[in-house]
Design a protein around this ligand. Structure first.
Ligand code: NAI
Ligand code: 15L
Length: 272
């Protein structure tokens, strides 16, 4: 049976807010969790991923989990360690103890951010970035997503908990940079992909890239499509305006060289 009650972690965040608007129309009852309170959602669970007791309560009785919570940009290693590495481990342990069978894990393109990007259009003949491209994290953040993918693989092989790990491109209401034209995932396609990841049968551990069917796509969407995902959006209608404002990506621009763009070169700023 398709999962009905789904725990959505990171529900206060940008993508969490978009998804809690879109997913109920697919018939899901969402249980919300975030470290921050969510306005207008008195039943949301306010808890940190380090709080194992709270996680144990949160996962009890759910059919599946969508795990979006965590630090979503580069940060000092100690913070990434707590929120993304230990936090994701804590959630998988809670799922194992409660017998939850399916998790959808929000990985990121930054797990493979140092991969040279193909040219912008499939017409160029460049191969799309494959699913089995070697890991090349571009940040401690990307490293934590690489860890999450391997953790999910371990929990499938050892404990039979299924995961669809999605290397998300950029999930925002609209693409705002030329790079995003290639990796944008419209919110509506994001909801379609999450629904496919929750309902496809026998996924075991499955890794997919997450984006719309962009004309300038950089990666292989075949494993996402194999789940039943049929993207309906394309960033191309935004292309002319963004290129007029920002120019085409030129050699020397990190967005031209690597999938992860500026995550590859920007020195992290360490808050004191
Ligand atoms: P966001 O930063 O807007 O939201 C993340 C949420 O997680 C926040 O509400 C935050 O309060 C919560 N959170 C952080 N640490 C926590 C902790 N220790 N305990 C409990 N809650 C905690 O990020 P966004 O854009 O919504 O992304 C959601 C997920 O998808 C993240 O895991 C991110 O890494 C991943 N992702 C998002 C992409 C995007 O384009 N939006 C692209 C690639 C990956
Ligand atoms: C990510 O992993 C971030 O969470 C998101 O905020 C965007 O920066 C996205 O990657 C991107 O590469 O555009």
């Amino acid at each position: 049976p398709a999962p009905r009650t789904v725990l959505l972690t990171g529900a206060a965040g940008g993508m969490g807010t978009l998804m809690r608007e879109l997913l109920p129309s697919y018939g899901y009852q969402l249980r919300l969790l975030d470290q921050l309170p969510i306005e207008g959602e008195p039943d949301a669970i306010t808890a940190d991923l380090s709080d194992r007791d709270a996680l144990g309560e949160a996962v009890r009785g759910v059919d599946a989990i969508i795990h979006l919570a965590g630090i979503s940009l580069e940060a000092p290693f100690e913070k990434i360690l707590r929120a993304n590495i230990e936090g994701t481990y804590n959630l998988y342990e809670a799922a194992r103890e409660a017998g939850v069978r399916r998790i959808v894990f929000a990985s990121s393109n930054h797990a493979v951010g140092f991969t040279p990007r193909p040219a912008e259009t499939p017409a160029s003949g460049d191969a799309l970035i494959p699913l089995d491209t070697p890991r090349r994290p571009d940040t401690f953040y990307g490293l934590s997503k690489s860890f999450g993918e391997d953790l999910a693989s371990l929990y499938w092989d050892k404990h039979g908990i299924e995961t669809v790990a999605i290397r998300i491109g950029s999930c925002f209401p609209e693409p705002t940079t030329v790079r995003m034209l290639s990796i944008w995932m419209s919110p509506a396609d994001g909801a379609r992909l999450l629904h496919a990841a929750l309902t496809a049968e026998n996924v075991g551990y499955t890794l997919v890239y997450g984006s719309s069917a962009n004309t300038r796509l950089w990666w292989d969407l075949s494993s996402a499509r194999a789940l039943g995902y049929e993207p309906r959006d394309d960033s191309e209608p935004y292309a002319a305006k963004l290129i007029a404002e920002q120019g085409e990506l030129e050699p020397g621009n990190p967005d031209h060289e690597y999938l992860g763009g500026a995550f590859c070169t920007n020195p992290p700023i360490w808050p004191r």
